[in-house]
Every structure is written in structure tokens, then in C-alpha cells.
Design a binder for this molecule. Sequence first.
Ligand code: TRP
Length: 330
Amino acid sequence: MDDKIVLTGIKPTGTPHIGNYIGALKPLIKMSQSHKTFMFIADLHALNAVHNAKEIKQHTYEIAALMIAMGLNLENTVLFRQSDIDEIYKLSSFLMNVTPKGLMNRAHSYKACVEKNMEMGADVDTGVNMGLYTYPILMAADILLYNSDIVPVGKDQKQHVEFARDIAGYFNNLYGKTFKLPEPVISEDAGLIPGLDGRKMSKSYDNTIPLFAPSNELKKKIMRIITDSKTPEESKDPDTSTIFQLYKHFANESEIAALRKRFLDGGMGYGTAKTILFEKIDSVLSTPRAEYERLMANTSEIDAILADGAQKARFVASKTIAKVKKKMLG
Ligand code: TRP
């Protein structure tokens, strides 16, 4: 066991797809085998954009069920729902007072909104709620509440983890060393997983493959992957092929080498390659898919796991809050 504490949150804003799994969830599940891990569903972070409780709750269950079904190590991992931890609201409020407004002005996602408004000639604040504006403070509170050392995130979240370090630093400078400075760990592959049309797999491009689609739906999706127009005889480039790029994440070394060779040698059509990809994904996912479906039909089981996680998380969080309160208020 490594003694570093790993923490990450996943926003419940969509049904997890293969890109989410390969880029973010799979590395996390792997890390949970060797580290004490805090992993939560960031439902409070969804609130600035999603104003529909049913939707948030459904995606919360989906993410929790997925992580459990795919083998998250529940011995080492505290799995919980962010909103179950009362201490998170407290730490965010406390951290507001040491966080410069200018830092928030520099946040990429907020800046993107402002720039879009300016381009469209709208008021700069159009569509910006305070949840969006203070999003990085809530995220810093997530990270600092549990003494995290390592925060695995996608590239788009790197700045937020750096802000958490900055905010920890401001606090420590004012009140003496209180928080550890967390390190972002950026998953190499994140963002490079191609979707059905070859662009990055993303909900916003409508090119995703759901991780736990039923077999027939999975097959239909995979058959829709866009390829170039090479004939079966021609040699094909595995490194630019969406089919091969997805296959790599589900097959073992020798299977990967064998398919690579068939791409390069020629003599295999894309239809055949898609069938090979479908069969691989379908067989790798069949057992976890059954477990996922079982959990989704028994959400009280998920609730029990999340409640247990919340209790463990609050044990750590309450100590942090006591420490912070003492330093700030005496
Ligand atoms: N903001 C992250 C995202 O959109 C989710 C998140 C919330 C998170 N709190 C976190 C990630 C703390 C890492 C650590 O993906």
C-alpha cells in the first residue's frame, strides 16, 4: 500500500460512456487497488448547470453502480455522495475568505462563459450563476477536506487542482501550516479516446458509446464507427483508426499485437475489425454489465454503500473542520 491519499470526484451530469471509463474511471479503479482512496459523486458541482433533481440522482446511481461493477476496491476506497457531507458546505464558506476574487476570474470555465458573452455582445454575466463562479472553491474544499495528496483528473480539471493548491497556500500563509498541497495527476489518455465520428468521445459531440449498453445496442454503435474508404485488401493504419484505438483499451498485449498486424498486413475489412472490437468489448463487459444491471435494479444497495462511505468521509472531514474553525475563529 502506498501511503499517499488519492481523491477524485465525478460529476453526475451524464450516463458514463466508454471515453469516461477509459480516460478517468479505469485509472482510478486501478489506483484504488494500492491507495487509500476517496472517491465521490460530485452532485453539488452539477448544480450550477443541472436544475433537475431526478436527473442528478439517476446519474449518481449510474456512476456509483459502474464503479462498483467495474471492480473499485471498496476495502481501500471511501465511496460517497458529495452532498451527504455537511462539512463540505462549511469548508467552502471558510475558504471563500482567503480566496482572492481575481483567482476566480481566471478560471477557464468561467472565462469561457464571459468570452462567449462578449463575442455575442451580451452582458458579461449572462448565464453565470455564483455556483459556476465559485466552483473552484467548492472543489478546493473537496480536495482539502480529506488531506488528499494525489488528485487524478482530466486535463480540463488541472487548473482547478492548481487553484486548490493556491488556496491551501493562502490559508497556510495566514494561519500556519494546516493543509497539504495536493498534486494533480493527469491521466495520459484522457481526452484522446475517439468517438464514433473520430473526434474526441464526448457527450457534446453526440458520438459516445455508453459503457453498459445492451449487447445489440453496443453492436449497432460500433458498426457506425466512421472509417476511411480503404478496401479490405489494403494495409490500414492502426494508430489513426478509431476501431484499433478503442480495442487497445480492452484487449491484452498479444491480442493488441495480433490486431495491429492484421491492420498493417491488409486483407481485413473494417467490417471485420468492427466485429472483433464488438466481441472483445462485449465479452470483457458482460460480467460487470450484469452486476451493474443488478445494482441499478436494487438502488437501496447502492444507498447503503454510499451511506457507509459518507460516515467514513465525515469522520475525516469533521476533524479538518474542527482544526480550521479553531485556527480561524479561536
Ligand atoms: N470538477 C470535476 C469535473 O468536472 C469534478 C470534481 C469535483 C472533482 N470535485 C473534485 C475532481 C475534486 C477532483 C477532485 O470533472
